[in-house]
Design a protein around this ligand. Structure first.
Ligand code: NDP
Length: 254
């Protein structure tokens, strides 16, 4: 399956100390990619994830930086350049949630969610593409959500950011496809990660997810790996600007 072989390429996965980013990184590593793991702060959680992936046989670099901070993002890429790390695959995964009705929402919380879930993909994507374009190839995978399509009460900034991710992905495709870069997105359904801890332990919400999802269950982080490897590999060289939902069918049914 050489079409899906990532040997010789380097993948930066933002927000990969845990959750979906950690699972995607593990999958890309298993397909042969050298990994750059990221989270806001370095230290134990990032190093623990890095050590686990090294133990699984991956080559792993750690890069702690805040994806919302333009100078920090630039500095990180300058460091990759100095160390000879060319990012061939970028997964814009870092994200946060903030649940509050819009009438009570403070501007600072709106801004924080938009910055972390959307502006980050612009900042890191721009820096990566500046280096991919001269090489004539690169893969960018933005992490969207079911809220890239559908709104939900009390998570409006998240919904706006993820809707923006869908259009940012198409914008990246519009500008960069001719330079050999494929920009696509993954829209995960309800997945079992820390971000959803409160929802999983809420019996009513848990029952709603299971009844609303045709697959009848929450998704597991590792269930994103197949789509991530596809979008990171030569198998997707003519796929551009798409968002692929990995959601047990939720977005397809009423
Ligand atoms: P988690 O909360 O489990 O993990 C989020 C990761 O992002 C952590 O590694 C966190 O590390 C990092 N992070 C957060 N803010 C920043 C920042 N400013 N700079 C760098 N890293 C940051 O989330 P999930 O794994 O659940 O979610 C990952 C992505 O998937 C998000 O974009 C989310 O919106 C999306 N998603 C999740 C779904 C789900 O059901 N879980 C469904 C649909 C989409 P640290 O806090 O240490 O910085």
């Amino acid at each position: 399956m050489t079409l899906f072989d990532l040997s010789g390429s380097t993948a930066l996965v933002t927000g990969s100390s845990r959750g979906l980013g950690r699972a995607i990184a593990e999958g890309l590593g298993a397909a042969g990619a050298r990994l750059i793991l990221n989270s806001r702060t370095g230290g134990s959680s990032l190093s623990k994830a890095a050590d686990e992936l090294r133990a699984a046989g991956c080559e792993v670099y750690e890069a702690a930086f805040d994806v919302t901070d333009e100078p920090e993002v630039k500095k990180a890429f300058d460091r990759f350049d100095a160390e000879g790390l060319a990012v061939d695959i970028l997964v814009n995964n870092a994200g946060i949630q903030h649940r509050q009705p819009m009438l009570d929402l403070a501007l600072a919380d709106w801004q924080r969610v938009i910055d972390t879930n959307l502006t980050s993909a612009f900042l890191v994507g721009r820096e990566a593409a500046r280096r991919m374009i001269p090489r004539g190839r690169g893969k960018i995978i933005n992490i969207g959500s079911l809220t890239s399509e559908l709104a939900r009460a009390a998570v409006i900034p998240y919904t706006v950011a993820k809707g923006g991710i869908k259009m940012l992905t198409r914008g990246m495709a519009a500008e960069w496809a001719k330079s050999g870069i494929q920009a696509n997105a993954i829209g995960p359904g309800y997945m079992l990660t820390d971000m959803n801890e409160a929802l999983v332990s809420d019996g009513k919400f848990d029952a709603w997810v299971k009844s609303r999802t045709p697959a009848g269950r929450w998704g597991k982080p590792e269930e994103l790996i197949g789509t991530a490897v596809f979008l990171a590999s030569g198998a997707s060289d003519y796929v551009n600007g798409q968002i692929i939902y990995v959601d047990g069918g939720m977005i397809s049914v009423l």
